[in-house]
Design a protein around this ligand. Structure first.
Ligand SMILES: NC(=O)c1ccc[n+]([C@@H]2O[C@H](COP(=O)([O-])OP(=O)(O)OC[C@H]3O[C@@H](n4cnc5c(N)ncnc54)[C@H](O)[C@@H]3O)[C@@H](O)[C@H]2O)c1
Length: 252
């Protein structure tokens, strides 16, 4: 039995990195997938590779009208939305002295306001039939990284939006689960850009060969997101799931 057979799913930031891996995994597990992204070339190419089970929509997650259009696209192509994955995000490094207000606001807009909009329109779309919302946060929601001031603030907000939306759904009799995922590093184009030229073997965590590594492969994080999206996690809502190989407990 496939884990998300016939579930209608929308994945933001689905054209690259962990979002791309999740799109491919969801399709293998029987879902029909709307690939949402601002990167039209990569999104269209992926949708073509995926075939009839996927469609691409150009969707800027900071734009309210784009959310309405993306959810309408899911409905028109595949039917009512069952699963929403708020995965799109950006990283702009900066500490309390170097970061600018414009950078801080951009991070809050793309990484956090987008998740509010996704939950707002996702709950409206799922309230009759129920569903699952998975929000991409980061271990930096809690772990201080001095050069990730705005990024950390935006990912802490994702956790708060997740908890409050999950509670709202419970208190209002809605069968919608809402959870967040908090990885440490993921070996994607975002991470590669922050460590240019560093070979994967120095970044990837391996308990035997590279115990100080901080990255994991995107398909491992996609598996965690699939679990939260699927009915296998039906007892879990309002949870902030660490996918950080114990890094938070190490007191860095
Ligand atoms: N890579 C890591 O180390 C890491 C660690 C923890 C959490 N995350 C989070 O995982 C998520 C995915 O990141 P990734 O590492 O796969 O990065 P990535 O850069 O490979 O992919 C991010 C995708 O989001 C899209 N995107 C950016 N702004 C957008 C917007 N306004 N509207 C729609 N799409 C937009 C990009 O076009 C891209 O396709 C992000 O939320 C990121 O913060 C990443």
């Amino acid at each position: 039995m496939k884990q998300v057979e016939n579930k209608v799913t929308l994945v933001t930031g689905g054209a690259s990195g962990v979002g791309r891996e999740l799109v491919l995994l969801l399709l293998r597990e029987g879902a029909r997938v709307v690939i949402s992204d601002v990167n039209e070339a990569a999104g269209q190419t992926l949708a073509t590779e995926c075939g009839a089970g996927a469609v691409f929509v150009r969707h800027d997650v900071t734009q309210e009208a784009d959310w309405q259009a993306a959810i309408a696209t899911a409905q028109q192509h595949f039917g009512p939305l069952d699963i929403l994955v708020n995965n799109a995000g950006i990283l702009i490094p900066g500490n309390v002295e170097t970061a600018t207000l414009a950078q801080f606001q951009q991070l809050m807009q793309v990484n956090a306001a987008s998740v509010f909009l996704g939950c707002h329109y996702g709950v409206a779309a799922m309230k009759e039939r129920g569903g699952s919302i998975v929000n991409m946060a980061s271990v930096s929601s809690w772990l201080p990284v001095e050069n990730y001031l705005g990024y950390s603030a935006s990912k802490a907000a994702v956790g708060a939006i997740t908890r409050t939306t999950a509670l709202y759904c419970r208190n209002n009799g809605l069968a919608i689960r809402v959870n967040s995922v908090h990885p440490d590093g993921i070996y994607t184009p975002m991470m590669q850009a922050s460590a240019p030229g560093v070979p994967a073997k120095f970044l990837l965590y391996d308990p035997k060969t590279n115990p100080k590594g901080r990255a994991t492969l995107p398909d491992k994080i996609a598996q965690v997101m699939l679990f939260l999206a699927s009915d296998a996690s039906s007892a879990i809502s309002g949870a902030e799931i660490r996918a950080d190989s114990a890094i938070l407990g190490m007191g860095l």
